[in-house]
Structures are given as C-alpha cells and as structure tokens.
Write a protein that binds this ligand. Sequence first.
Ligand SMILES: Cc1cc2nc3c(=O)[nH]c(=O)nc-3n(C[C@H](O)[C@H](O)[C@H](O)COP(=O)(O)O)c2cc1C
Length: 501
Amino acid sequence: MTHASHRLRDFVQTLRAHDEVREITEPVSLDDISAILESSPQAVHFHQAGPEGAELVGNVMASRARMGLALQAPPRELAATLRQRLATPQEINFVDTAPVQQIIRRGKDADLRRLPFYLQHDEDGGVYISSALDFCVDPATGARNLGSRRLFLRGHQSLSTNLSQPSDLRRIYLAAAARGENLPISFVIGTHPLDFLASALRIPGDEFQQIARLRGQTLDMVRGVTNGVPVPADAEMVIEGYLDPLGHRLPEGPYGEFWGLNGEMHINPLFHVTAITARADALHHTVSHGGRDVARMEASILAQITTEALTLTLLEGAGITPHAVYASPNAAVVQHVRIALPRAGAHQARAVIERLHAHPGFRFVQIVDDDIDVFDDAECEWTLSTRFRADRDLIVTADLPGIHADPTRDAAGRTAKLGLDCTAPPGAQDHLATRRPRLPSITRHPATNILAQLANGPANFRQLLAHSGTMDARDLAIELDAMLQAGLLRRLDEGDWSLPA
Ligand SMILES: Cc1cc2nc3c(=O)[nH]c(=O)nc-3n(C[C@H](O)[C@H](O)[C@H](O)COP(=O)(O)O)c2cc1C
C-alpha cells in the first residue's frame, strides 16, 4: 500500500490547490504576524517571517473546510469519519533515519532564540510558539501521551509550557517530579492537522496510535537523538529536552486563551532543551489561539469535530440515534451543540439534554426537528420564534462542575447549563400551518380535466397544476376561481380544492 504524505508542507500545497492559501512573499515582522492572521480568512504562508526570514504558515486548521481537506471527507461528515478512522487499528513503525532529523543541533547550537516565537495577544506575558505537539512516554507505565501545548520562551535553551490545568501530561510530570526524575518530552512543531486532531482527543488508549488511526495508515516514528522520545518521522521540527523535577515554580503567561478571554499568569515547571532537529527546508507553523473571532481559532475547530464525535458516542450509549449533530465553533471547547432528532424521536429531546448536561462541557444544548439544518445558524434561531416556549421548553441544570477555567464557574467550581427543546409539538407535521413551506416541486403529467381529477379526491393547487398539461399556472388560478364562484368547486379547511359536498 502506498503511504499518503502527511507532511505539513504537502498539506499546505493541497490547500493551495483549493485556493485556501494567502501568500505573503515580502518580509514580515514577527510583531505583525497576529494581525495578518486575524485579518485573513485563508491560511497564510509567510515566505520571510522575522529577521531569520523563516517560512511560516498559520490558519492552516482555521476552518471546517480545511479540516475536511485534512480528513479527505465532506465538511458535514467529519465526526463520522473521525469515528470510523479511530475504529481501525494501524501500525507504528520505528525508523532509524528521518526527514525531521536532517539537521541536528545540540547544546548551545540548539538555540530557541532563532525560532519564530512572537507576541500573539496584546496582554500576553511574553512570546510564544502555539503550534507544539508534545510527545512523552510515561517512564512509570510506558503509556504514550500526546497533547497540544503552548511554548513560552524563557532562555536560549529553556522554555515553559502550561501544566497548571488537569491533563495526563501534568499527572505524568507530577509523578516524575515526586520521584525526583527528569521527564523527557519532545515538542513537535510543524505537523499535519490530523496529528493535532489526535492531540485534542480525550479518549483512553495509546495516543501515538491515535495519530496513526486518524492518518489511516502506518505511522513512521523516529526516536529523539538526545532523549529517545518517539516523534513522527515526517514532522518539520522537534525541540527535544526534559522537564526538570523541581516542580511548578516559574511564572508563565498571561496568554490569550481559547475561551476568547485572557488567561491568567500561571506558575509552571521549567523545560530544558537538549537538541533541536529539523528538516533542511523546515516549514514553521503557528496556531491562532485567543483571537477575537473564536470561530476561527484552531482549538475551536478541532473541538468542533471532537465534540460532534463525542456527542454521537454519548447518545449511542443512551440508545439514541440523532439525525444530525453540530457543535458551534463560536463557543469555546465542548460547549454548544445542536442536535436534530428524527421526528419519531422528538419526545427524547429532554433525555438528550439531560444526558449531555451530565457530561463535562455541553453548556448549551439545542434540540431541533430533522426538517431543520443544524449547520445553519439562521434556521436554528428560527425555531426559537416558532417552536420554543420558554415556560415549557427551557431546561436549566444548576450546580454542575464547570470544565477547567470556565469563566462562569463560582468559587466552588460549579456552573449551570442551558437546554432548549425546539422541537415542534407531536403531530405538527399533520397540519398545514405547522409545516414549513417548501419550494414547489411540479412534475408535469398529461392533461386531465379538473372535475375528473377531483372526482378521485381533493387536491391542492400544485397537484392540479401538475395534471393540467402545459397550462400556465396563472390561467389555472383564474379558471379555478371562476369554477369556485360558479359553485362547481369548493375549498377545504387546509386549502385543498374539492368537488361540492
Ligand atoms: C493550540 C493548543 C494549545 C494548547 N495548550 C495547552 C497548554 O499549554 N496546556 C494544557 O494543559 N493544555 C493545552 N491545550 C489542550 C490540551 O492539548 C488538551 O487538553 C490535550 O488533550 C491534553 O492532553 P493530555 O491530557 O493527554 O496531556 C492546548 C490545546 C491547543 C489546541
């Protein structure tokens, strides 16, 4: 079987072929990167970023369409595709030589100062690289761990990441520090969006294997030259090193957070760089994180897909099969979902809301009928004015644990959640006035006399038109009204035409 490339540079080429890349060939100051990314709906390829003239890409994952290109799936099928890929095991193959080790810098040559760290948000406490994936093997258990983690520049060979919030890496680090051991970690910079998607999954299992499964093929990995930690062989760059065991002791941040708010300064451990390895033509990568347009922040897009997949899994566990699921990128990670239930399952709306509220996240759950497109904001808002009664359909679940850093949590870490049952009442499809108007669909049949046709039973205007041969609808309207006024026809309650009683 041939290996499809999952090199970041090749993926950018795919984006280019779909007109998804803005090229900036002139030199750009690192100070200007954030503003350019925020003003660009497309991915941006900076050909000469900063004084080193680094090639840097950003906004690569900043749209559902781009993630569709990464998963090679239609944008509406991303969650289903993700679940399918995760269900298919893949191999991990260790290689001795790898593109990401074409250049090896150790000791003082491994200088972070040469990398494009930059000020990403106005009130950040320093300069960051936001695109790192951390690879780590728990020395105590052998568990392979993967995450996305921001990197805060401290010195030529030192940085911090944020290990203040609950995560597997934090747990692994605290255990290593308690044993007085260094924890080897490699930060990979410049990797395929599917590797990022794998890092955003919070499901048990071998997290390196999850990369292979999402890629849908064997994953070649190479061990770090100084710390032995395996990383994808096709990455652009790796920062190898270790967290020392001296614990959380140095201020890191503030940093613009995925909520769309500034995150406070945190106290974090110190990472020591032992090597930087890279491709000879390494493409640097940045990820938009805490900008104003939350829907274009890359953590939001990743969470959109993983939240839809999680919703399908949770509902499947409750024996509920939704018609469609959509997670809004306008809300931070795992927060707002919309679910269309098949008409026969509309009575399950409350059960769905309660099931999801019981799970971390899911602060706002809206249930609609399957005649509503959950991907369409306007249609979903429309149900609020036509199918929702606040005194009947509003569900508020109070006193639930908020996920970490939820800005609305109280001192005890609790928050409340909102559910809206926007399904129409039972039997709504049986009545004209509670059905949505559709586009007319007219199939022309050979002409039948109106009275002969109505002898078979009542018909609406469109059905009469279909059997009127080539008759112009205006002529039919005039003819029907003349027959009505002559007492040859009558109208039924929902508008159908009929012979007199
Ligand atoms: C761009 C980006 C940056 C992130 N930075 C951090 C971070 O610095 N610290 C953190 O705890 N989580 C961060 N996250 C979230 C973690 O990557 C995510 O929770 C992951 O599942 C943690 O993996 P783990 O529990 O296996 O360690 C970030 C996510 C993204 C998308």
